[in-house]
Design a protein around this ligand. Structure first.
Ligand SMILES: [Ca+2]
Length: 424
């Protein structure tokens, strides 16, 4: 589907140029809105609110098309309810299933091993066995880190982060230990919703975990509380101890493991290989999905600022989009695309993709490709939009192909002929 020649490549420098000619910053924004309405973005539907972007290119970047001839394959349709996918050192994938198991899948999409023995999870709503990542020394220690929704004795639920070792025969998880619980647990209407839960590990073997704000009005305010683990990015050791890098001098009871705060449902996180920074994607309210660059101690604004509205159709809070002391998203979508797992493409196999950010989209039912330059989005492409899939998470294989898992239990591979013929 992507083999057609490129039709259109427009860069945001065009936007900058046209807006700079007009002088004042208000005019810049007006020009941007006019460009938005011209709809050279892949998004053709009107936004749910007439909020104006803070800077040109913050939403509806110009549409781009991949020029490399691509081959799209469905390698497997039997994944069940996959949620997280990670690379093992030998090139195979480790894929979690919301109902409490994992599987090892080859680059060719063959089920290699099924792993059981995980803790009891609640596979309801957005909960279940969620993300997974392998330890950098997996070859020697067979350690993985994973998270899941955990039912508490009082019927509340929370996000638990655990580690364990995959047995030598790759059939069971052993030595499971919960290292962190994102508290407080919540038992309101949305107790099975918005866990966030994406996991990253850095070179020092410390973990970054995104924790959602759990949806309901009465609990989501905690995204702004530094004494709560909800609506946060948590930074901990592999034993669950806080890594102190944010400083909250105004809050004596702040949790030291909080790295950044003010998030709604952050289901996407990856390292930007060119800058070493964490990029995050989150479900916003209706028309407020965002991409953010995460810096320690910063406040990302939810539920005080947002470009979306409530799903019931009214403004969120005071209906403001910017506030002093709160970070602006690098990019947002209105209407929503519902981003889940994200990955930067850092292979040489498809050179024009190098440094691009790919997002698995659920309601958007496409894979979103963002061209990044100087930490700004300058182009957007919707891949596989004709498939009708909910793309849950993405990984680049060791062969340079892009793989995606779907809520319908499929494993997609997007590659070039060059990749197909190359032995893994
Ligand atoms: Ca935000």
């Amino acid at each position: 589907m992507q083999s057609s020649a490129i039709k259109l490549i427009l860069f945001s420098s065009v936007l900058y140029f046209s807006s700079c000619k007009n002088g004042s910053s208000n005019t810049h924004t007006d020009t941007m809105v006019a460009d938005t309405l011209q709809n050279n973005s892949p998004e053709k539907k009107p936004p749910t609110a007439d909020y104006k972007p803070f800077f040109p290119g913050q939403t509806r970047a110009p549409e781009v098309k991949t020029r490399t001839p691509l081959t799209v394959q469905v390698l497997d349709t039997t994944l069940g309810h996959p949620w997280g996918i990670t690379n093992l050192p030998d090139g195979r994938f480790l894929i979690s299933d919301k109902f409490g198991t994992m599987r090892i899948e080859t680059l060719e999409g063959k089920l290699d091993k099924k792993i059981t023995g995980f803790p009891k999870v609640i596979p309801k709503g957005q909960g279940g066995l969620l993300d997974v990542i392998a330890d950098p020394d997996y070859v020697h220690n067979r350690t993985i880190y994973f998270d899941y929704s955990e039912l508490q004795p009082d019927s509340s639920a929370l996000l638990a982060i655990a580690k364990g070792n995959i047995s030598k025969d790759e059939s069971t998880i052993t030595n499971v230990k919960v290292i962190y619980r994102a508290t407080p647990a919540f038992k309101g209407h949305g107790k099975y919703l918005q866990y966030g839960s994406r996991i990253l590990i850095d070179k020092n073997k410390t973990l970054f975990v995104s924790s959602g704000e759990r949806s309901d009005d009465e609990v989501r305010v905690q995204a702004q509380w530094t004494k709560s683990s909800l609506g946060k990015i948590i930074h901990i050791t592999t034993d669950g101890k806080p890594v102190h890098d944010a400083n909250f001098p105004d809050s004596a009871d702040a949790k030291p493991e909080i790295y950044a705060y003010g998030f709604r449902s952050p289901e996407g996180m990856d390292w930007n290989p060119q800058t070493g920074e964490i990029w995050e994607a989150e479900f916003g309210p209706r028309g407020g999905d965002e991409v953010n660059i995460i810096k320690p101690g910063k406040n990302y604004g939810w539920p005080v600022i947002t470009y979306g509205i409530e799903y019931r159709g009214v403004k969120v809070g005071d209906g403001i989009q910017q506030k002093q002391g709160m970070e602006q998203p690098v990019y947002y979508w209105n209407p929503s695309v519902s981003p889940s797992g994200i990955t930067f493409y850092n292979s040489d196999s498809i050179p024009e993709w190098k440094g691009n950010l790919f997002l698995g989209c659920l309601s958007g039912s496409h894979i979103d490709r963002l061209i990044i330059k100087d930490n700004k989005v300058i182009g957007e492409e919707w891949l596989l939009a004709d498939k009708g899939e909910r793309f849950r998470a993405l990984r680049v294989g060791h062969n340079g192909a892009l793989y995606a898992i779907t809520d319908g239990g499929k494993l997609y591979k997007i590659s070039t002929q060059h990749i197909i013929n190359k032995k893994p």
